[in-house]
Design a protein around this ligand. Structure first.
Ligand SMILES: *Cc1c(COP(=O)(O)O)cnc(C)c1O
Length: 366
């Protein structure tokens, strides 16, 4: 008897290339799309190490924990890094980017996270792209938490390096990821003596040995199961329609936000402005004296299947994350999360309106 996912025929180069083309269609891009055999941090790091060096002046926008990581990689590459950190309850604005260019006209690289699953905000990439483009800087975007939940359009927005992973709103595997690379970004890498070469981090290896060779021979054995899972999740998005998938995420976010407001008890949406709240996940602030990680732990005792998490690091005290993405971008997942959180807060003596919160959550789906 053949095993359903062990005894598979080898994945051909043609199939691998076809999956790349499918991802390119999803992003509406004419740029080269390179699929990388690892979690999204692989292309995120590879793209920075490929393009940044001692001659680079990078504007690193920090709207959540990943921005910190990118800044560290950029510094490690020898780049001069200008950090632009905004409070986690808000998004960055195009004006702040414009201001940074006015103060530092030498900026030639901008790194930005589109949506932040970890803090619940989403940044206005289209507007920021116009500013970055006007100054001719290379534009690097982490779209892992936005792809599938909201539009991600590297060509329309002038993004030179757009990294995606399938494990959030695409409802797919975490073990493969992809990056779209513009001609300008390839040129930067080719001119960068420090760009990784003959390395697992190297995008140039894929350019020279895969793309320029007409995508006939893979660099190494493909991660077959992950490639099949990636293909399947893109296929599913195509079948459902990307607009419908994004609408489900947007509605889940509106639903969770409305429920939090109606719940009361001192619980508030963590991101102040609804327009800056990410469709991928909704973050809530717990009232003073109520430890978010304890609330989440108790809620998960009531129902371990709920898509709940506490914020990372210091945020664990005050932030609850409702990760309503992928298979959890549903009325049921939001409803269950609200009901469990409401029950836990009521247990602790907070005056919460669970019925009102559930009504508000349901209203958003109508
Ligand atoms: C989830 C996510 C990633 C992927 O990183 P993991 O730590 O493996 O989940 C990268 N960037 C952003 C913005 C993400 O939300």
């Amino acid at each position: 008897m053949t095993h359903p996912f062990l005894d598979l025929a080898p994945l051909s180069a043609a199939r691998f290339a076809a999956v790349e083309d499918r991802v390119a269609r999803l992003l509406g891009t004419e740029q080269d799309v390179v699929i990388m055999q690892g979690e999204a941090l692989l292309p995120l790091e590879g793209a920075i190490r490929g393009t940044a060096g001692p001659g680079t002046t990078a504007l690193n926008v920090i709207t959540g924990p990943y921005g910190q990581t990118f800044g560290n990689w950029l510094r490690d590459c020898g780049a001069t890094v200008i950090d632009l950190a905004v409070p986690f309850h808000t998004a960055v604005t195009a004006d702040q980017i414009r201001q940074a260019f006015a103060e530092h006209p030498e900026i030639d690289f901008v790194s930005l996270v589109h949506a932040e699953a970890a803090t619940g905000n989403t940044n206005p990439v289209a507007e920021i792209g116009e500013v970055v483009g006007a100054h001719g800087a290379l534009f690097y975007l982490d779209a892992v938490a936005s792809v599938g939940a909201e539009p991600v359009l590297p060509d329309a927005w002038g993004v030179d390096l757009c990294v995606i992973g399938a494990q959030k709103a695409m409802g797919g595997p975490a073990g493969v990821s992809a990056v779209s690379v513009s001609e300008r970004a390839w040129a930067r890498m080719a001119a960068n003596p420090r760009a990784p070469r003959r390395s697992y981090l190297s995008l140039l290896d894929w350019k020279e040995r895969w793309i320029d060779g007409g995508r006939k021979a893979l660099l190494h054995a493909p991660a077959q199961l992950e490639m099949l899972a990636l293909e399947a999740c893109v296929e599913r998005i195509e079948a459902d329609g990307p607009a419908a998938v994004m609408a489900r995420h947007r509605t889940a976010a509106l639903s969770a936000r409305a429920a939090a407001v109606a719940l009361g008890g001192g619980v508030e949406p963590y991101v102040y402005e609804a327009a800056e709240a990410a469709p991928v996940a909704t973050t809530l602030r717990t009232p003073a004296g109520v430890v978010a990680s304890e609330v989440v732990a108790r809620a998960l005792e009531l129902d371990p299947a709920l898509p709940l998490a506490a914020g990372g690091g210091a945020l664990a005290k005050e932030m609850i994350r409702v990760n309503h993405y992928g298979a959890d971008a549903t009325p049921g997942a939001v409803r269950g999360s609200v009901a469990a959180l409401g029950a836990v807060l009521a247990e602790r003596g907070l005056r919460v309106d669970v019925e009102g919160a559930l009504r508000a959550a349901a209203e958003a789906w109508r």
